[in-house]
Design a protein. Structure first.
Length: 180
């Protein structure tokens, strides 16, 4: 396994990991950060962090790609929070803060996570890569080492299965049941 080889400090394993994930992590950085330089910095920091934390990877908790994109997503948030990552905006008095009840939003996230957990591993992996890691289907195919048609088919079936799981949990509308 690639992460076991990384843990033994095998340089070829890091090169293999970098070759497979450099472009998708860069694309994620562009989408999340909106800046090529920050996206390149994200790639660099993500692979340094992967090199240092290979022992933490637990295949029973998710796939290698999920681990890579989780690290990248967390680092992107850290990069965005750095004051040097954004241009200074002039202070315009007190910010308008709207504090709303986020209970419904939080409950929806919990139910969606439960729905995702009910999917098969290949279906869940495609949806997580698409929606949480914000990858395109060609990028997902590259990361997973699958054919683009396979990714498209899995996406289609995964969305149908997720929709059914959410309807079962009371989120979403089943058009067959809601007809007058």
């Amino acid at each position: 396994m690639l992460f076991e080889r990384l843990g033994s400090s095998e340089e070829a394993a890091l090169n293999e990991l970098y070759a497979g994930y450099e472009l998708p992590v860069f694309e994620l950085g562009l989408r999340l950060l909106g800046d090529r330089e920050l996206a390149a910095e994200l790639v660099q920091e993500a692979f340094v962090r992967l090199w240092r934390t290979t022992a933490r990877f637990d295949p029973s908790r998710g796939t290698a790609s999920t681990y890579v994109f989780t690290i990248a997503r967390h680092l992107a948030a850290d990069l965005w929070r750095r004051p040097s990552s954004r241009p200074l905006e002039p202070h315009r008095g007190e910010p308008d803060m709207v504090v709303g009840d986020r209970t419904d939003e939080m409950l929806t996230h919990v139910v969606v996570d439960q729905g995702l957990a009910s999917l098969s591993q290949p279906h869940r992996e495609v949806l997580v890569s698409s929606y949480r890691a914000d990858l395109t289907q060609p990028a997902i195919a590259q990361v997973l080492g699958s054919a683009l048609g396979t990714v498209k088919t899995r996406s289609y079936h995964a969305l149908r299965a997720l929709r059914a799981a959410l309807i079962e949990r009371g989120i979403g509308v089943d058009p067959l049941r809601s007809a007058p």
